[in-house]
Design a protein around this ligand. Structure first.
Ligand SMILES: C[S@@+](CC[C@H](N)C(=O)[O-])C[C@H]1O[C@@H](n2cnc3c(N)ncnc32)[C@H](O)[C@@H]1O
Length: 257
């Protein structure tokens, strides 16, 4: 489909110069490799190339959640792609599902959830901070996903309004204080997937989960090591992210049913 005003696009110049922009008439894109009048992108296709003012070629790519991760505003601590992708995988969510999330933060997990549940699905995201939800709203709008998301400015520890949801995702300081509500609103067999940065939080959360009818309870950590690839010198990079956090997952059961 040809690009139009308001569409987001990745301008990929080289591996170190990857830019996420929105097409707006009268706006210019600029980098050390050259500039580009963004209105000239209207009518072009994702995957095609353009010439910057210097003659350098750039590719126009369709934004993915990873481009959002690299290119959008993030006033809160955000989840890393390695954790987001695993959390979504183990939750089993799919197109058309309804999921609840807290807290919204910068909306980075929300973007991937909205991307996964598709146009017929729904993400309901809770946060206690209006400024966070404002940023998340902007980020989701940038990705063209805003219409799949309902924002609730509410403390999720006070209760969850939805019923029969397919999965719940928690990235907040004290998830154990909302487990009872999570259990109430999940469909049988539905997943709760929780991210916590410290070991103490794992223990408190799993102990609380064990008070309710949940099965398939796991606490896991994902470690990713990136390699520098050079002839005769290929080895792990010596700088990188050492620790992000832990993922706790469980599925709702109905005892004695
Ligand atoms: C680390 S951020 C979430 C980041 C988000 N997952 C992302 O990837 O962008 C944690 C958020 O939880 C919110 N929060 C903390 N306690 C909460 C509660 N009881 N109910 C709802 N949101 C809460 C905070 O305001 C903050 O925005």
């Amino acid at each position: 489909m040809p690009l139009k005003e308001g569409d987001s696009v990745v301008i990929w110049v080289d591996p170190k110069r990857v830019f996420l922009v929105k097409i707006e008439k009268g706006k210019k894109f600029g980098s050390d490799k050259g500039t580009l009048d963004l209105s000239t992108l209207i009518g072009k296709e994702y995957g095609s190339t353009v010439s910057l003012s210097t003659g350098v070629q750039a590719y126009l790519l369709r934004p993915t959640p990873l481009d959002a991760y690299n290119g959008l505003r993030r006033p809160s601590q955000v989840l890393y792609p390695k954790d987001i992708s695993y959390m979504i995988y183990v939750s089993g969510i799919k197109e058309g599902d309804t999921v609840v999330e807290a807290g919204t933060g910068s909306g980075f997990l929300t973007i991937s959830l909205a991307y996964t549940v598709g146009g017929k699905g729904r993400v309901i995201t809770y946060d206690i901070r209006e400024d966070m939800q404002e940023t998340a709203r902007r980020n989701l709008s940038f990705m063209g996903l805003l219409d799949r998301v309902t924002f609730k400015l509410k403390d999720i520890r006070q209760g969850i309004d939805e019923r029969d949801v397919d999965a719940v995702f928690l990235d907040m300081p004290d998830p154990w204080n909302t487990i009872q509500y999570v259990h109430d609103i999940l469909k049988p067999s539905g997943s709760v997937v929780i991210f916590v940065p410290t070991v103490n939080q794992i223990e408190k959360t799993v102990l609380k989960i064990s008070e309710f009818d949940f099965v398939d309870v796991h606490a896991e950590e994902l470690i990713v090591r990136e390699y520098q690839v050079k002839e005769n010198a290929t080895r792990p990079k010596n700088i990188g992210v050492v620790h992000t956090g832990f993922i706790i997952r469980a599925r709702k059961s109905i005892k004695g049913s």
